[in-house]
Design a protein around this ligand. Structure first.
Ligand SMILES: Nc1ncnc2c1ncn2[C@@H]1O[C@H](COP(=O)(O)OP(=O)(O)OP(=O)(O)O)[C@@H](O)[C@H]1O
Length: 885
């Protein structure tokens, strides 16, 4: 018997099989063969107890098995392998005996298939009863199959781990693959492929089937893709809804466009129309929360016939016969569109835009988009609260609108010889004739100079987009006027003067005359700038006209004009621009009680101008002709910087500026009394972070202290590099601008760059606050001399804050390289304390300064220009004839 239990633990198949079997039934495992009752083995501790219990429970079977073990051992020993168990095995031996558990486990993978066969044979060889055999088999086969599965998984795991490690993957990386392989393979692959095909259909993607079936990564990708589809579908309605809500704030046209693009459509045909369709229901829904289920409603709208749609339909057909504009309607509308019409008409009627009134009623939903744009902050407020302090301009705008737009007005006297615009001189006019025309408010002595010479950094036209499509102007892309223009272009093969009805002349400039023009058949109003080609050629002003057109084509900014279209005839070049009904800041200033703006109003206007200039600079445009006459006021009170014929186009090379003193640098350069260390002016609230010496300690306010603290902290922390994307190094030698606004470097002919705009910006702020420019002399020559030689002085009144004066000082530094903004552009100016607390990002939603009553505004002042010829038109039959005089 001793020999039957050799103390050798070997990796024999028999041993392993037993281990597995015992493992399934109990933790005692290998000791099962040493039944204490039969073999005299005495187990101690827990193992012993378990063994006892087990022994009682499986007594008969154990007998059989003991016999079986014997047979196996015999068999194994004949092969020189076997498990040795001995009676009276000592502790060390018992310890050794535990090993097979681990060994068995580790070797389990090899036992599943072959061992039951040898066991069966062994059982038969012992002539066990069939019942015992079956019982044994049952017990053996059960764990065997479990072991087999577990073994397979382990085998796979190892195989993968090995594979992964061979292929250079870390274990963690491999785990990802392992999961894919072990869980996805046969069952999930078809699903994946199914999902993929779904997603292909949905998204129009071209996923490779090969990848679907073979790549473990694909399973992840597919899942992600499907999730994405689901997500986007889920989100279409609420997102669009959001967008619409936000669109009404004038903020998310872009998003709206993105979101409104139907994800199921692979074609972009009719994209524009579909965008409109998406917008329409929302216009009605503004102020409501649309829940997800509205996805269904959306579809419903498409199919459901609606009473309003039929009525609208009849309206369309009626109007179509008479108006080309109305032919647009079927194009613009779809069923959804039509269904919402009734509401839209109401809405647009209450907050109508002056520019497209007729379209408001006819193309209601789209008009709501327009309203969304022009009343970008009022929309929600109108819906929800009817008024908001932040956007109270709506009412005023409507008022201005109604007074400004008068389609029943008698035909203006276009042939009148008054050409009194912009404080400039008309060819036939002079100062006295101008004052005759529009009185005191319209006079401006400022005329733009446009003597070009060489400019060193005019860029190629490569970055100019010639497209006049609204798609390139995200901030205006929802504007109905695009559609109206496009419709005419499509219908008539082009746009011409004959498609416009000219109402009045808005102004006459150096290169052209601007008219208020209505697109025939619509109520869409435009500012139509008409230039005489021959005149431009003869005066060598063609490049200016071209520059202006090219710049206008690039613009897409709320404070800059939109160019809808342009066309040229043999005689004329015309720009179809956004109409600005509020007059210009020069006129507006003259209407102020003290002929100057309050500081807060000035701050608002210069802030918006600053943003417009910053944008222009980033596009590589140095504006060069800033003056109140060129700042037009929109109906909502926000501004629009106009007139680009003197602008310089140049290359912008964005640079990353690393500065250790980015904050204090600008004001260190400030000149003026406060630069002196002995300054004791109590009103001199110089920014403490810059000019501490200006303050006696007692005068430092808490705010100033805080600023100082912040500044000190900022100085300790190394400042972040700053990206400057303005043409700070551009140079031109042209003598351009307006005398009172000309920068010293232009006058001196030293060459100039973008810093000229910061000089003019300083003059502009000065004029808004003090009602005059700082260097104006009795004549232009004296003015120019003053600009170069005279130091800056502030008048005693009106009282203006030291921050404002400090900013002006910084901007009117005669050396351009020391001027505020010359190094870091607009960002440097924005940081000035004069703008402290101003939310730059939301300024377009800020309530603009109050405009004079609408009756006071009247028709924008027509001004004359010293050297310009005004184009006057007369109607001759269906054609317009322009005459230069
Ligand atoms: N979009 C507009 N909306 C309303 N009025 C406008 C618009 N554009 C121009 N005007 C009016 O027409 C006048 C002349 O326009 P503009 O300044 O563009 O002409 P210009 O010939 O380029 O003049 P400049 O001599 O200043 O270069 C302006 O002063 C302004 O009053």
């Amino acid at each position: 018997m001793e020999n039957r239990y050799p103390q050798m633990i070997g990796p024999s198949p028999g041993t392993c099989e037993i281990v597995e079997f015992k493992e399934e039934s109990d933790s005692v495992q290998c000791y099962r063969g040493a039944n204490p009752s039969s073999s005299g083995f005495k187990a101690d501790g827990i193992d012993g107890k378990n063994l006892m219990i087990k022994s009682r429970r499986n007594y008969f079977l154990e007998d059989d098995l003991n016999r079986l073990f014997e047979a196996i051992d015999l068999k194994a020993s004949t092969r020189g392998l076997g498990l040795s168990l001995q009676k009276g095995t000592g502790p060390s031996q018992r310890n050794a005996l535990k090993k097979p558990i681990r060994v068995g486990l580790s070797q389990a993978s090899g036992i599943g298939i072959s061992e039951p066969v040898s066991l069966k044979q062994a059982l038969r060889g012992l002539c066990l009863s069939q019942k015992a055999e079956l019982a044994a088999m049952k017990r053996l086969s059960k764990p065997a199959s479990v072991v087999s599965e577990a073994g397979t998984i382990k085998r796979l795991y190892r195989a993968v781990v090995v594979e992964a490690s061979e292929s250079g993957l870390s274990l963690n990386e491999g785990k990802g693959s392992l999961l894919e392989i072990s869980l996805v393979p046969e069952k999930s692959t078809p699903n994946s492929s199914e999902k993929v095909s779904e997603s292909e259909q949905t998204l129009g993607t071209k996923a490779s089937n090969k990848n679907v079936h073979t790549s473990p990564q694909f399973a992840v990708a597919t899942t992600a893709e499907v999730t994405l589809v689901q997500t986007s579908q889920d989100e279409i309605v609420p997102e669009s809804t959001e967008v619409r809500g936000k669109t009404s704030k004038g903020e998310l046209d872009r998003k709206g466009k993105l979101k409104c693009a139907p994800p199921t459509s692979s074609s972009n045909t009719g994209n524009k129309i579909s965008e409109i369709e998406e917008i329409v229901p929302v216009s009605k829904e503004v102020g409501r929360k649309i829940s997800k289920p509205q996805l269904g409603q959306k579809d419903k709208r498409k199919t459901e016939p609606s009473p309003s749609s039929s009525s609208t339909g009849s309206k369309i057909s009626n109007s179509t016969s008479t108006s080309p504009c109305l032919v647009i309607k079927p194009i613009l509308r779809n069923k959804k569109f039509v269904k919402k019409k009734g509401d839209q008409v109401t809405t647009s009627a209450s907050s109508s835009s002056n520019t497209c009134n007729e379209v408001d009623s006819d193309l209601g939903p789209s008009t709501s988009k327009l309203v969304c744009r022009t009343h970008n902050c009022s929309w929600n407020n109108v819906s929800k609260e009817s008024a908001s302090p932040a956007c109270s301009s709506t009412g005023r705008s409507t008022e201005v609108n109604s007074s400004k737009v008068d389609f029943s007005a008698t035909k203006p006297d276009f042939n009148s010889n008054t050409c009194n615009r912009n404080r400039t001189v008309c060819p036939k006019g002079n100062e006295s004739s101008r004052s005759k025309g529009k009185g005191e408010f319209s006079q401006s002595s400022k005329s733009s100079i446009g003597e070009y010479s060489s400019s060193t950094s005019i860029s190629e036209e490569s970055n100019l987009s010639a497209s006049s499509s609204g798609g390139n102007r995200p901030h205006m892309s929802k504007d109905l006027r695009w559609e109206a223009i496009r419709h005419v272009q499509m219908r008539y093969g082009g746009l011409g003067l004959r498609h416009f009805k000219l109402h009045k002349r808005l102004g006459c400039g150096d290169i052209g005359t601007v008219y208020l023009a209505q697109l025939t058949g619509t109520n869409c109003l435009f500012a139509l700038k008409v230039m005489d080609n021959e005149f431009l050629e003869s005066r060598k002003k063609m490049p200016r006209a071209q520059t202006e057109r090219e710049i206008l084509q690039m613009l897409d900014h709320p404070f800059l004009p939109t160019l809808y279209s342009h066309f040229t005839t043999d005689k004329l070049s015309c720009l179809v621009m956004e109409y600005c009904p509020g007059g210009d800041l020069h006129v507006l200033r003259q209407r102020q009680p003290s002929r100057s703006f309050s500081e807060s109003a000035a701050r608002f206007y210069v802030a918006e101008v600053l943003l417009a200039l910053e944008y222009l600079h980033m596009l590589g445009v140095v504006y060069r002709d800033l003056k109140p006459e060129n700042i037009l006021v929109r109906e909502d009170g926000h501004i629009m910087l106009s007139d680009f014929d003197l602008s310089l186009r140049c290359a912008v090379n964005p640079t990353l500026l690393r500065s250790s003193s980015s904050i204090i640098e600008p004001t260190k350069r400030f000149s003026g009394p406060c630069a002196e260390s002995h300054c004791i002016d109590p009103f001199c609230l110089q920014p403490s972070w810059a000019q501490v010496s200006c303050f006696s300690p007692r005068l430092v306010s808490t705010t100033a202290k805080n600023r100082k603290l912040k500044s000190d902290l900022a100085a300790q922390v190394s400042p972040l590099p700053q990206l400057v994307a303005e043409p700070t190094s551009a140079r031109s030698n042209s003598f351009v601008g307006t005398h009172e606004y000309l920068a010293p470097e232009i006058i001196k002919g030293e060459g100039h760059g973008s810093a000229v705009d910061w000089w003019t910006f300083g003059i502009f702020l000065y004029e808004l606050l003090f009602g005059k420019t700082p260097f104006k002399g009795p004549g232009n020559e004296e003015t120019l001399a003053n600009v170069v030689t005279q130091s800056l002085k502030f008048p005693e009144g009106p009282i203006v804050s030291s921050q404002a004066r400090d900013l002006i000082r910084g901007l009117l530094i005669k050396e351009p390289e020391n001027r505020l903004g010359s190094v870091k552009g607009a960002a440097e100016i924005k940081q000035h304390p004069f703008f402290e607390g101003l939310n730059w990002a939301l300024i377009r939603c800020t309530t603009p300064p109050e405009l004079p009553k609408s009756s006071d505004l009247g028709v924008p002042v027509l001004a004359s220009h010293k050297e310009s010829k005004c184009l006057e038109f007369k109607a001759s039959g269906e054609h317009l004839e322009f005459e230069l005089f």
